[in-house]
Design a protein around this ligand. Structure first.
Ligand SMILES: NC(=O)c1ccc[n+]([C@@H]2O[C@H](COP(=O)([O-])OP(=O)(O)OC[C@H]3O[C@@H](n4cnc5c(N)ncnc54)[C@H](OP(=O)(O)O)[C@@H]3O)[C@@H](O)[C@H]2O)c1
Length: 269
């Protein structure tokens, strides 16, 4: 698995990681053991950048439990998601307890109360409990505000959607991130699964074999990561085999402009 420097965050990240929205919002021994097997696959394949949020129900707690005894093998990215200051402190203390006292990338989810949330995260960073700070939003109409946060100098990473159906970041966020040396985490690489509903056939995928990818999800991940301004993509999955297949897209050779255009055409067919 290729690794990249996550902008000026001080973190070096594998180019493929994993998200936990929906897939890790589970309860009970059987479901949590299934989640642990997905984490096994992520760690075995080097996709050890794991993203969560208090917005995802049980996901932070379940992810923390799956990392018991092997926390040092993962980079944990999570978020604060509240407008209430006392709630924010409680979210942080809970997450830090679940993640062994440390969070590598702590983000402000959906920019909620971001000036005050960043003050809390800066204090946690000063205490040595958090390595890097970021901010996330999933909607293009919030990107002007996200740009203001980037320009504030208070964060070193952003998390945004990027896939052949959602390309707004190409004009609004990626150029500024590159200019300011801000790391880019790519959420929703498969458009929450929408891009996988009609996969191109084997013949259409053949031109991508030379790039070490054979399946449509792998081609989509390689499309994202072939833009060097993107540092890590975090597909969510409930299946260990899908995790391993996704991780296999995390190595060069990378697509050039022709292959990237071909992927966009296939995605809009
Ligand atoms: N900050 C924000 O505002 C925000 C918003 C949205 C998402 N996110 C983050 O980004 C992460 C990813 O986005 P997402 O969860 O919305 O969707 P996604 O990663 O674009 O798509 C997830 C879907 O893809 C399927 N999938 C994954 N790998 C596959 C493979 N190899 N073959 C076939 N199907 C595959 C999964 O089904 P299976 O379970 O069957 O594999 C799942 O249904 C989230 O989990 C979360 O951490 C953040």
């Amino acid at each position: 698995m290729e690794t990249r420097r996550l902008g000026g965050s001080g973190l070096t990240v594998p180019v493929v990681g994993m998200g936990t929205w929906r897939t890790f919002d589970v309860r009970g021994a059987t479901a949590e053991a299934d989640a642990a097997r997905v984490v096994d696959a992520a760690l075995e394949s080097g996709a050890a950048f794991l993203d969560s949020s208090p917005m995802y129900g049980q996901a932070e707690r379940v992810l923390g439990a799956t990392l018991q005894g092997r926390r040092e093998r993962a980079l944990v990215a999570t978020k604060l998601w509240t407008t209430d200051d006392a709630d924010a402190r409680a979210q942080a203390e809970r997450a830090l307890a679940w993640f062994g006292g440390r969070v590598e990338l702590y983000q402000v989810h959906n920019l909620l109360a971001w000036p005050r949330r960043l003050s809390l995260l800066e204090a946690l960073r000063d205490e040595g409990r958090v390595d890097a700070l970021g901010a996330t939003h999933y909607r293009a109409d919030a990107f002007p505000e996200l740009r203001r946060v980037m320009e504030s100098g208070r964060i070193t990473a952003v998390q945004v959607p990027y896939n052949p159906h959602e390309r707004e970041v190409e004009h609004t966020i990626l150029p500024l991130a590159a200019e300011l040396d801000i790391g880019v985490v790519v959420m929703r690489p498969f458009g929450e699964g929408d891009l996988l509903r009609r996969a191109p056939g084997d013949t259409e995928l053949e031109p991508f074999h030379a790039f070490g990818v054979r399946t449509w999800p792998q081609v989509l991940l390689k499309w994202i990561l072939s833009d060097p301004r993107c540092h890590v993509a975090i597909p969510a999955t409930s299946r260990p085999a899908h995790m391993a297949a996704n991780a296999a897209a995390g190595e060069g050779p990378w697509f050039g402009a022709d292959e990237r255009s071909r992927v966009v055409r296939l995605a809009s067919a």
